[in-house]
Write a protein that binds this ligand. Sequence first.
Ligand code: NAD
Length: 405
Amino acid sequence: MSKPEVLLLENIHPAATEVFERNGFVVHTRPGSLGEDDLIEALQGMSMVGIRSNTKVTEKVLASSPELLAVGAFCIGTNQIDLAAAAQRGVATFNAPYSNTRSVVELVIGEIIALARRLVEKTSRMHDGIWDKSAQGSHEVRGRTLGIVGYGNIGTQLSNLAESLGFRVIFFDTADRLAHGNARRVGTLDELLAQADVVSLHVDGRPGNAGLFGAAQLAKMKPRSLFINASRGMVVDDVALREHILSGHIAGAALDVFPVEPKAQGEPFESALRGLPNVILTPHVGGSTQEAQEEIGLFVSGKLSRFLHTGSTELSVNLPEVAVPQLQTGFRTALLHHNVPGVLAGVNQLLADHEANVTAQYLSTRGEQGYVVTDVSTALSPGALDRLRDEEHTIWLRTHSGAAG
Ligand SMILES: NC(=O)c1ccc[n+]([C@@H]2O[C@H](COP(=O)([O-])OP(=O)(O)OC[C@H]3O[C@@H](n4cnc5c(N)ncnc54)[C@H](O)[C@@H]3O)[C@@H](O)[C@H]2O)c1
């Protein structure tokens, strides 16, 4: 049997190539992205494609690439892929939502210290040739209270690192979250704002979070406190933040995300926050490090390899999620189907008719699709498999044999 082939575009980290090759793929790499027609041509014969944010996987690309089984977005966002069209064709899509968590946390820690020491002003004065050795407005962070809003992957890791620096950590989250270390949960956002010397936002991008942090919330922060947002731009009212910085109520701020961000490298950046004292502005680089790129390479290539070899759709962004272990012995059928009543019963009836002993079965549905993975002790006959394949609600059927089988 020929080896499956994968096309990797846009300088994906070489760690991904290593994972694919270890898993028996033939890897083709190209440094840049491809336009629609070139992409279609390059995808002929490919089982998988790996892209970053500049390659558009459109409906036409998917329709013209019948051999394509999966798309890997080696980044966080998946807007560049027509996810619905991919799902309709049963093309699984994976991304790396958490691989850059540590990078964001390290940036935030650095920013908190930089703001507390007013480093932005100090360094720009030095570049202007001014030696200003004053300790005015400079503080240690030890013993201060850090208020984390949104205690998910990033919030919790920030909590751990901040405690090791001597912060007292409090957090507010709308979901039930277990406190790490000595961190303390507070019941309301207002409670957090009343106590925190530094407020750092790490909420997700659900629509309800638009405008979460405006004039009212800024006014409730402690006088001379610090404010950080490395979550989503739409969460903060930048004009209100500008006023609170100019009034001196907020002593400093660091922003990595903005309500409107330039689309391309080199485009001008407009913001009410430009030119303010003790304000750090960074171009959405919280997660952009070499280490995060490597993590992303390892993570997405691992998910794609597992999908092909085991049928696992764990953390797929568009197909029903089923996390299955590597099959040790026996035979596995993985059936993606339209989510209508009776499919599972039909599968099990067919297995019973062929006296196939089911050893494990996993089922999940998502919107209009269902996915059922069934392990049986002995291989099904080609006739039985054809019957499953020919069912009107089948999107695809794949089989896997146990490593020791
Ligand atoms: N700056 C960057 O480069 C960068 C990089 C990675 C992630 N991010 C962003 O950082 C944010 C956090 O990422 P994560 O991986 O920790 O997400 P996550 O989903 O693991 O955690 C988000 C947490 O926020 C909580 N939450 C949501 N709305 C809330 C609200 N209104 N009040 C209180 N809590 C609320 C959720 O319950 C959850 O616990 C996301 O918006 C993500 O897009 C930015």
